[in-house]
Design a protein around this ligand. Structure first.
Ligand code: NAP
Length: 337
């Protein structure tokens, strides 16, 4: 509760005007909007997607509108949300409040696995559009494959192909799909996914999945790009794993006079991956996108690739389904943060 109050204060201070910001920050007043800061990558449907955006998992509804509006007014154009995050309505409010024209924005949301199947998928899409207050979604993802009921995964995707044809979705994509899931989907589907959003950070370097996606013209997008899930919920609470405290990352941060988060996020973008770091702290929101003024060498990028430990913070897509999700929810209720 105390933490939440502090967050509220920091965002309220920013809304009140730049005079309250630290000297290094360039936050704007409500009436001004900073031009887009991130380069874009071209998707297989022709759309241009920013390489760096703001994530909103674990951004509680009461903070989501301020967080999104602040990010958009300060150079972000990509926002990542999901039905399952429970904050689409407030994300939509943040979009409106930002004042950034709709055609500059790139909004992603995701169909939750309990809404898979043809009719449920279309209902899920319409519910998201309504909550977000949008006429179309720039990128709509199947949130996870459901290997134990893959027929419903396929039915949902095919229903969304139709929704793409009528303009409610600009780009259609997948999330947490391994190559075998993608292969099984494409035996039935017509539209190749534009993006596969997967867990990807220096301790889970899924180069093989990225390479397979690239062969099919699918852009890889990194979730938990700075290792968020590890920091928040390590599998062994006695051994928290913090990507941003890795000695190699800190060494590069010193060399380039950047933060550890900027080093890791620059590694993603130099490797051609979209990254969507989440933060509710305005100074972090600002610094996480302030990284396109330096480049690491190929050897340094390879060094970060080499930190891989194959350690997942999130569930394994090979075994994830509705029952597994409900077990996780129950576990979290018993073990709050
Ligand atoms: P993340 O972005 O890697 O890490 C977020 C954590 O890092 C938060 O605790 C945040 O704290 C902290 N943080 C942010 N910037 C920082 C900085 N500069 N220095 C130090 N700490 C910093 O992890 P994530 O939220 O799990 O993943 C990012 C986004 O990916 C999500 O928000 C969501 O949109 C998406 N996602 C998708 C899936 C999927 O299945 N498709 C799964 C998980 C997440 P504060 O907020 O307190 O600053």
């Amino acid at each position: 509760m105390i933490t939440n109050r502090r967050h509220l204060f920091s965002l309220a201070a920013v809304s009140a005007g730049a005079a309250m910001m630290p000297a290094h920050a360039s936050a704007q007043t409500a009436s001004s909007v900073v031009p887009e800061k991130s380069p874009r990558v071209k998707l297989n449907n022709g759309a241009q997607m920013p390489l760096l955006g703001i994530g909103t998992f674990n951004v509680p509804p009461f903070q989501a509108a301020d967080t999104v509006s602040f990010a958009l007014r300060n150079g972000y154009r990509l926002v990542d949300t999901a039905t399952n995050y429970g904050n689409e309505k407030e994300v939509g409010e943040g979009i409106v409040r930002s004042g950034v024209p709709r055609n500059e924005l790139f909004i992603t949301t995701k169909l939750w696995i309990e809404d898979f199947g043809e009719e449920a998928a279309l209902r899920g899409l319409d519910a998201s559009l309504k909550k977000l207050g949008l006429r179309y979604i720039d990128l709509y993802l199947l949130h996870w494959p459901v290997p134990t009921d893959f027929e419903k995964t396929i039915a949902a995707y095919k229903a969304l192909e139709a929704a793409q044809a009528d303009g409610r979705i600009r780009a259609l994509g997948i999330s947490n799909f391994h190559p075998e899931h993608r292969g099984a989907l494409m035996k039935e589907a017509k539209v190749a996914p534009a993006v596969n959003q997967i867990e990807f950070h220096p301790y889970l370097v899924q180069t093989d999945v990225q390479a397979e996606s690239a062969r099919h013209d699918i852009v890889t997008e990194a979730w938990s790009p700075i290792g968020g899930s590890f920091t928040n919920r390590p599998k062994d609470p006695a051994k928290p794993i913090r990507v941003l405290e890795d000695a190699a990352v800190i060494g590069l941060a010193r060399k380039y006079r950047k933060t550890p988060a900027q080093i890791v996020l620059r590694w993603h973008t130099q490797r051609g991956r979209v990254a969507i770091p989440k933060s509710v702290h305005y100074e972090r929101i600002l610094s996480n996108i302030d990284l396109f003024d330096f480049e690491m060498t190929g050897a340094e990028l390879s060094m970060i690739d080499g930190l891989n430990r194959g350690e997942r913070g999130g569930p394994d897509p090979k075994t994830f389904d509705v029952a597994a999700f409900r077990r996780i929810v129950e576990h979290r209720k018993q073990n709050p943060l």
